[in-house]
Design a binder for this molecule. Structure first.
Ligand SMILES: *[C@@H]1O[C@H](CO)[C@@H](O)[C@H](O)[C@H]1NC(C)=O
Ligand SMILES: *[C@@H]1O[C@H](CO)[C@@H](O)[C@H](O)[C@H]1NC(C)=O
Ligand SMILES: *[C@@H]1O[C@H](CO)[C@@H](O)[C@H](O)[C@H]1NC(C)=O
Ligand SMILES: *[C@@H]1O[C@H](CO)[C@@H](O)[C@H](O)[C@H]1NC(C)=O
Ligand SMILES: *[C@@H]1O[C@H](CO)[C@@H](O)[C@H](O)[C@H]1NC(C)=O
Length: 299
């Protein structure tokens, strides 16, 4: 097969994929794995090439403000974008039909990714200085935290890049551990990253808050009554440490006491008991427990 015929085959494949539905499968939210993973990326035009930035490559319908470069990026055929955890390894496996010619892969800027690299491509941008045949591991130095753009660079012309041989690789780190051996999210949450986020962060379970879910949120059980606002007062996972800011006619730790003293019919459907010289409580009758205090007109 000559290079020309290979390219012709590729052009027809590309048309097919552009008109077909190559939609990259994508989870919107991913949980941090405790073990690094090996990813194998097939460097091929046969499949896994998406064309429309949002709908095909990310499989989302999204209305966000786009800058000019992003608008240009919208219709860049590319290998489905990849997101890795820091520490994962990436192997690139070239398609059999490319192997006799070899493939060159370069680390390029976003602009070069969108427009495909120019001919005066710098040698120190080459990820595989030799021509890529079979499967090769990408050196970790190309996979630091951040977004990286890899593109096919051909000395004979950038055509294959234009057809889609370019890859957006985002490498994310996690901020879910208070120290290197600490449990993830203090065991009170999940370490997650949304597809557009640059890192993994804790998403705390109920009652916990803080960057590492290290804080017990005493307010989560809604202890303050009568529309009082709750303030979590102590840091840490222990204790029911909260304060209720009571509206003017209420008092007590939970704002459950009414300011004043018992008067006849003070509690409409319950018994009245004085708590302090200044406050009383209504103990509601059985059928009126839904609303704890049946208010009466003050004074
Ligand atoms: C890859 O290319 C980008 C954009 O030109 C550059 O900022 C980055 O330093 C390069 N990576 C390495 C490891 O050289
Ligand atoms: C590359 O992927 C990241 C998400 O990981 C995205 O934010 C960025 O816009 C993509 N860049 C291009 C040019 O497609
Ligand atoms: C305040 O509410 C908490 C939680 O509902 C409860 O355990 C506590 O006994 C209440 N304290 C007072 C003084 O009512
Ligand atoms: C509770 O507080 C909110 C905001 O402070 C206020 O809009 C609302 O009317 C209050 N509800 C009652 C029943 O007092
Ligand atoms: C109210 O007081 C009466 C008489 O003392 C008693 O029988 C009743 O159980 C009390 N109700 C409540 C809700 O405490």
């Amino acid at each position: 097969m000559t290079i020309k015929s290979i390219i012709l085959v590729m052009v027809s494949l590309q048309t097919y994929t552009a008109n077909g539905q190559i939609i990259c499968e994508r989870q919107m939210s991913v949980e941090w794995r405790t073990q690094p993973k090996h990813h194998i990326m097939k460097w091929t035009l046969m499949n896994n090439i998406c064309s429309n930035f949002y709908t095909d490559c990310w499989n989302i319908n999204i209305n966000i403000e786009r800058n000019i470069l992003e608008q240009q990026a919208l219709n860049v055929p590319q290998i489905c974008p990849l997101q890795l955890q820091l520490g994962d390894s990436l192997f690139i496996s070239s398609e059999a039909s490319f192997q006799s010619h070899g493939m060159n892969l370069g680390n390029v800027s976003m602009e070069e990714f969108i427009r495909c690299p120019p001919k005066d491509f710098l040698q120190d941008q080459l990820i595989f200085g030799c021509r890529l045949r079979g499967m090769h591991q990408v050196d970790p130095r190309w996979l630091e935290v951040g977004t990286h753009y890899f593109a096919e660079v051909q000395t004979k012309g950038p055509l294959l890049c234009n057809l889609g041989l370019r890859l957006n690789v985002t490498v994310k780190q996690q901020f879910c551990q208070q120290s290197s051996n600490a449990p993830f999210c203090s065991r009170h949450g999940r370490c997650l990253s949304h597809v557009w986020e640059e890192a993994y962060n804790c998403h705390c379970s109920q009652q916990y808050s803080g960057r590492f879910c290290q804080e017990f949120d005493a307010c989560a059980s809604k202890p303050c009554q009568n529309n009082a606002s709750c303030i979590d007062t102590r840091e840490g996972t222990i204790g029911n440490s909260y304060e209720c800011a009571c509206p003017s006619q209420f008092a007590g730790k939970n704002c459950s006491e009414i300011i004043g003293q018992c008067q006849p019919h003070a509690c409409l459907n319950g018994n009245c008991s004085n708590v302090t010289p200044n406050t009383f409580l209504c103990e509601c009758d059985k059928d009126f427990t839904g609303k704890k205090f049946i208010l009466f007109s003050m004074l």
